[in-house]
Design a binder for this molecule. Structure first.
Ligand SMILES: C[S@@+](CC[C@H](N)C(=O)[O-])C[C@H]1O[C@@H](n2cnc3c(N)ncnc32)[C@H](O)[C@@H]1O
Length: 268
């Protein structure tokens, strides 16, 4: 039996190229999202020019456009390939000097970077829940707390809400989801266990070749999903206090069962 987070190595490193294609396909969307995030950062006292860190930054979909918005960004990810791609993206966008790449495990972030950041970000159901228990998430958020200045902020953005997963799935049964991403086609088969709150998902990747689909590979993840109440409780045990809660990056209201969780927390 492997450890609970073996899927992380499998999904993002061993078979990381598969998910890397999705990250690439969402790059354009990342520019728009980063602009909304910059407005959110400004609103919550993190002005352009501030030093911020994105944990689980992937190939820089958000970090690099944030650097273009004027932030000094550390882009940390467990995948060296994604970080390399992020640095290449930064170079191409002319913001190389404002992006620092760090390869490593976010659970050791306080050992990997110097600290003194004005804010930390996690975007798109990233890291929280990946190791399967509230204890591991308290540990993660406590480590992050150590690298943030007093009064600094933590942005947990576009994070999956348990209520939304449950509401979407009468009797906790989920439909297959198909995503058409340019020359890529991805089929998702999610399953949610209401007892453990674990969301398992299998992604199958195909490359479009005219009317044909060429099989590229298959991979799966297994993450713990929280209600907003549970998430805020976990964050408070790690020294974070809720400052604001939204339903989207555009600052729409949070609606349990309908929106994602977009939480702004302050170092308590
Ligand atoms: C869902 S992706 C989100 C990527 C990015 N935030 C975005 O919005 O494009 C999650 C990212 O977390 C990274 N990751 C997973 N486990 C990690 C860990 N223990 N430490 C650092 N990064 C990790 C993955 O490699 C992946 O890039």
């Amino acid at each position: 039996m492997g450890s609970v987070d073996d899927w992380i190595t499998e999904f993002f490193i061993r078979k990381g190229r598969l998910f890397g294609r999705v990250l690439q396909a969402y790059r354009e969307r990342g520019v728009k999202e980063a602009h909304l995030i910059a407005m959110l950062l400004e609103k919550h006292g993190v002005p352009r020019g501030s030093r911020i860190i994105e944990l689980g930054c992937g190939s820089g979909r958000i970090s690099v456009p944030l650097a273009r918005e004027g932030y000094k960004v550390t882009c940390l990810d467990i995948s060296s390939e994604y970080v390399e791609e992020a640095l290449e993206y930064a170079q191409n966008m002319g913001v190389k000097e404002r992006v620092e790449g760090v390869v490593g495990d976010a659970w050791k972030v306080d050992e990997l970077v110097e600290g003194g950041y004005s804010a930390a970000l996690m975007v798109w159901t990233t890291l929280i829940g990946y190791k399967g228990s509230p204890e591991t998430d308290i540990e993660l958020l406590s480590r992050i707390r150590k690298i943030i200045v007093p009064g600094g902020k933590l942005f947990i953005l576009r994070h999956t809400d348990r209520d939304t997963i449950v509401a979407r799935n009468a009797q906790c049964r989920m439909d297959t989801i198909a995503s058409d991403l340019g020359d890529l086609f991805v089929i998702e088969k999610p399953r949610f266990d209401p007892v453990t709150s674990i969301l398992e998902n299998t992604w199958t990747y195909y490359k479009k070749k005219g009317d044909e689909l060429e099989f590229l590979g298959k991979q799966g993840f297994k993450i713990r999903i929280y209600t907003v109440t549970e998430l805020i409780d976990i964050a408070s045990k790690a020294g974070w206090k809720l400052e604001a809660l939204y339903g989207g990056l555009n600052q729409d209201p949070f609606i349990p069962g309908r929106t994602s969780i977009n939480a702004v927390l302050v170092a308590d």
